[in-house]
Write a protein that binds this ligand. Structure first.
Ligand code: ZN
Length: 80
């Protein structure tokens, strides 16, 4: 079974293959079927399919805020 990497928004990841600009760290700005990355060094944006990013991932340089799954909020619930 493939291991699912817990990517988060605002994660800073270090990839095995450096960008042509010389930087190897990227910030995750979009999560989806494809994951959007911005090069920390030059600001270039790329989209990579998740499996490709998982293969290239070397380590997390910094983690974004943990996403806490909220229980289904009651519609229209406000301060009591
Ligand atoms: Zn770059």
């Amino acid at each position: 079974m493939p291991e699912l990497v817990d990517f988060r928004l605002d994660d800073v990841v270090e990839l095995r293959k450096p960008h042509p600009c010389g930087g190897s760290t990227w910030t995750i700005y979009r999560l989806g079927a494809d994951i959007g990355l911005q090069c920390v060094t030059c600001g270039h944006y790329v989209m990579l399919p998740r499996p490709t990013l998982e293969r290239r991932l070397k380590r997390f340089a910094a983690r974004g805020p943990e996403v806490v799954a909220e229980p289904e909020a009651e519609a229209g619930a406000g301060p009591a």
